[in-house]
Design a protein around this ligand. Sequence first.
Ligand SMILES: *Cc1c(COP(=O)(O)O)cnc(C)c1O
Length: 481
Amino acid sequence: MSADHSRLTSSAYSQALEVIASVEPRIAEATRQELADQRASLKLIASENYASPAVLMTMGTWFSDKYAEGTVGHRFYAGCQNVDTVESLAAEHARELFGAEYAYVQPHSGIDANLVAFWSILAHRVESPALQKIGAKNVSELTEADWESLRKELGNQRLLGMSLDAGGHLTHGFRPNISGKMFHQQQYGTDPETGLLDYDAVAAKAREFKPLVLVAGYSAYPRRVDFATMREIADEVGATLMVDMAHFAGLVAGKVFTGDEDPVPHAHVVTTTTHKSLRGPRGGMVLATEEYAPSVDRGCPMVLGGPLSHVMAAKAVALAEARQDSFRTYAQQVADNAKSLADGFLSRGANLVTGGTDNHLVLLDVSSFGLTGRQAESALLDAGVVTNRNSVPNDPNGAWYTSGIRLGTPALTTRGFGHDEFDRVAELIVDVLGQTQPGTTKAGGPSKASYALGDGVADRVKAASAEMLDKHPLYPGLELS
Ligand SMILES: *Cc1c(COP(=O)(O)O)cnc(C)c1O
């Protein structure tokens, strides 16, 4: 931020907090405290970032007050001319940035975007008379018999996605999730030796299972995916390829992932969040080929509640930012920093799933420290290092305690961290985990949750982090009065 810019931001936020405090001072106080806490912690959560003040401010306006169900120019409410401007601009930026034929910017989150995508793929592909009718008429005209036949058709569809413990997302067919209930699902994993995606195995599964939807994308896989090959697999079995790029959209936007690694030219439908590596407001988005546009457009109110116009406005601002050259520099730095972090661990003898990274995240296997993911996550938090525990492939500790820690570079890269800082972060994490002893249960057996952190470790690590964090302030120049 320029000096002028930070002076404006400082006074805008200070005054806004005064207005809030006049109604509910505890909320103003919590808001101040959240900034202080975020500034003081080493945020390594791979799905988080820091949106710009311009993005954040865009969310705090009267656009929040407007109902706008429907699509641009076809609303169920009057007076949507300014929402139309906002939604059109956000979609235009998204199409231009990603080279997509069509963009839908209404989803409230990544999961909502996936629900819209599932709906749209079903509506587009399933040749059920009931769905044909939905395509042709108003939903309210459908009879109970129409819905009955629709339910039968939908319940018979198949989805193949990446398993949760290999790094896939809950919404990619995990049985307890709605995606695992609305579809017959099967999962593909990673090679047990290398931890890498095995495309031949995915193809073999697809040939046998013949899914309607093949889902690619992940939340905790530290490698790039060859989407051209995934599309070949989908085409061979007649599936629709849906790519969920929620985690790595920033690397696609910043042209770190190009060619076969760019999902947009290869997938029929691409879904994403806007708040992870893309660094926008909390929200979701669907990109698609023209063919799928009419069914995606029915997302609201078919699957989604009324659009959040203030968030769509913030998406437009964030997407405009992502079209600047500086965002490409940022995205490349995110990937370079992940390499520095991985190398920092490997050079200190730690184990990484797949032996490294070539995206924005690292999955550290903490079992060599004698710890569960849960113990490691808690000990790190005591030392001011914010991470999340995560399963490793075929995790012996299950999805709750886990054996891994997932670390991402998008947030601290936004603060200006580079190679040296990320090498130091690896050193500090190895230091904390090396000084953490697993605890015992009341009965005297090994505990998966309790632990003891060595004396003085937390203070030492916090001091070392503070030195780096002070050198790379969050929202430099932003001071609240
Ligand atoms: C984070 C994530 C989501 C969910 O996003 P929300 O905005 O939390 O709903 C969906 N898919 C993938 C792959 C994700 O990583």
